[in-house]
Write a protein that binds this ligand. Structure first.
Ligand code: HAM
Length: 428
């Protein structure tokens, strides 16, 4: 039988050596979210397809072209989540999280699935860190959400990230805007792609983020939403900018930024990487979404950050990551009785939080020492009949070669801790 050794197109394995970078990156985002009062939510990887049609919108690229949708064995249509917001809204409503008081603040670290053409920075299984906040209509909430993402980027040492900001108004101001867009695009109808033609009637704003070169060129000259904002939306947007300035956040206004998902209202934003040429994340307000999904009218907002892309950006600038946990002590053994002892001593070290290991592959002593070297163990010990009889063994510092005899009986852990502390003092 042929070996199956290739992952599906557009997916990647996160292997040891890289997974530690992910852990470090996720820890920063999670701690930043928790500093801001957000708490973790985990939702299913698949949901009823209807959920995404209603929230993301049936004229979006995500719904029209990219969803992994299938019928389960019970004949229900389900979809692998293409993004995290819809599931978070559903779970907030289903679990009555609003009962704990507004604002409800949630964060998640998840994989998402989009059937896109794989290329640098574009995967079919992508990973996002996201936050969602419910019940806060105030522009200060927009500022807090944006500032916390930037603060996490700063903590990661990410240099190449900007902030583009826009307001796409509310359904009220959008009525006039849609009219203007329809007029503009109808006059250029014969140049639009087929998808955009179908969007012209149903949702002309979606033409603005069409990826086809011709449509996007035409979209450049289209009317701008910012010229159609109602007074309330205009005032809200001004206040968001005021708060951001207060927080020392620099931004660039981009009246062409509309985002690719239908649920947005008012503030929208993206974090572009200038050198990589794509967005590391994006988000905005969705004040109508909770109601659209059957809840009481509740404002909402949040962001999704593309972790795969953020890691690319960090690696491109050669950012430093914390060292992976390293084996402190490798206890080599000769013979069954010694292995039993090595296993027990390793276990005793683990209980005190010391990373330790012993031979699990029935290797000879030489091969065990080679392995200890490979995993960069700081110390080694060798247990054989002599050591078992004496109740003592040499703790060897691999770099300096210095050894210290320590008990392998009752006082083992204490002896180890004293000897290793003394060793470290000597060598540094
Ligand atoms: P989004 O802009 O579709 O927003 O995705 C957020 C981020 O996910 C993007 O900026 C990008 O970094 C990353 N991303 C998207 N697609 C891919 C892909 N195919 N490969 C690699 N990375 C990708 C949302 O998903 C919204 N749910 C964000 C949000 C939360 N808005 C409010 N709350």
């Amino acid at each position: 039988m042929e070996l199956i050794t290739k992952a599906p197109k557009g997916t990647v394995d996160i292997v040891p050596g890289v997974s530690e970078k992910w852990q470090a990156m996720e820890a920063v985002f999670q701690s930043e979210a928790e500093l801001n009062g957000f708490r973790e939510i985990r939702t299913p990887v698949f949901e009823h397809t209807e959920l995404f049609l209603r929230s993301v919108g049936d004229t979006t690229d995500v719904v029209e072209k990219q969803m992994y949708t299938f019928e389960d064995k019970g004949g229900r249509s389900v979809t692998l989540r293409p993004e995290g917001t819809a599931g978070a809204v559903r779970a907030m409503l289903e679990n009555g999280l609003y009962n704990a008081g507004y604002p409800v603040k949630l964060y998640y670290t998840t994989s998402c699935y989009r059937y896109e053409k794989p290329q640098a920075g574009r995967l079919r299984e992508l990973h996002q860190f996201g936050v969602e906040m419910f019940g806060a209509a105030e522009p200060a909430a927009d500022a807090q959400v944006i500032a916390m993402a930037l603060s996490a980027f700063r903590r990661l040492g990410l240099e190449d990230v900007g902030l583009q900001l826009n307001s796409i108004g509310c359904p009220q101001c959008r009525k006039e805007y849609h009219k203007a867009l329809k007029e503009y695009f109808t006059a250029r109808k014969d140049q639009l792609c087929e998808t955009c033609l179908s969007r012209l009637e149903r949702n002309p704003m979606r033409i603005l983020d069409c990826k086809s070169p011709v449509c996007s060129e035409i979209a450049k000259g289209a009317p701008k939403i910012t010229d159609y904002l109602c007074e309330d939306c205009r005032a809200h947007f001004k206040q968001v900018q005021g708060y951001l300035t207060e927080l020392g956040v620099e931004y660039e206004l981009d009246p062409g930024l509309v985002r690719g998902l239908d649920y947005y209202t008012r503030t929208v934003f993206e974090f572009p990487s200038k050198s990589l040429g794509f967005a590391l994340g994006g988000g905005g307000r969705y004040d109508g979404l909770v109601e659209e999904m059957g809840g009481k009218p509740t404002p909402g907002l949040g962001f999704g950050l593309g972790l795969d892309r953020i890691l690319m950006a960090l690696e491109a600038q050669k950012a430093e990551f914390p060292e992976p946990t390293r084996c402190e002590v490798y206890i080599a053994s000769m013979g069954e009785a010694a292995l039993k002892k090595a296993l027990a001593l390793t276990d005793a070290l683990h209980k005190c939080g010391v990373p330790a290991d012993c031979d699990l592959c029935a290797r000879g002593l030489k091969a065990q020492m080679k392995y200890a070297d490979k995993i960069c163990a700081r110390y080694t010990m060798v247990l054989g009949d002599n050591e078992l009889q004496a109740g003592k063994a040499d703790l060897k510092h691999m770099k300096t070669g210095q050894t210290k005899k320590i008990s392998i009986g009752e006082g083992f852990v204490d002896d180890y801790l004293t000897a290793s502390t003394a060793q470290e003092d000597l060598s540094f």
